[in-house]
Ligand binder design. Structure first.
Ligand SMILES: [Zn+2]
Length: 127
């Protein structure tokens, strides 16, 4: 995956982060998923007053892609706070279901690192 594509994915994650609905935690997150079809699918976190109903950016990006007919992905970029953020356990499992093996963690200063999903979730659940 070339640097230009990574930069594009990171920019998309920061852009969609602006739409996050996080009035309770004020912790806004954006996720941009690169489909094997070359399209970028974006998601942001959406909180709810009934906290357990909150849906993460990563999951929302995956669900948006699946709804558009894409189920194969090259990578996902996450844009969050000042430090690197990583997907929560539930999102790691969702990413595993669709073999999103490359996770790009970013910081506001533009730095990033690429980690393998298998390092974040070495023993995923599978049927
Ligand atoms: Zn999550």
């Amino acid at each position: 995956m070339d640097k230009a594509r990574i930069d594009e994915l990171i920019a998309a994650a920061f852009e969609v982060r602006e739409n996050a609905y996080a009035p309770y935690s004020e912790f806004t997150v954006g996720a941009a998923l690169l489909g094997m079809d070359g399209r970028i699918y974006a998601g942001c976190n959406v909180e709810n007053g009934s906290y357990g109903l909150t849906s993460c950016a990563e999951r929302n990006a995956v669900f948006a892609a699946v709804a558009e007919g894409c189920r194969n992905f090259a990578a996902i970029a996450l844009a969050g706070g000042r430090d690197f953020i990583v997907p929560c356990g539930a999102c790691r499992q969702i990413l595993s279901e669709f073999n999103v093996n490359r996770v790009i963690l970013t910081k506001r200063d533009g730095s990033y690192k690429v980690v393998a999903l298998k390092d974040l979730l070495p023993y995923p659940f599978s049927l």
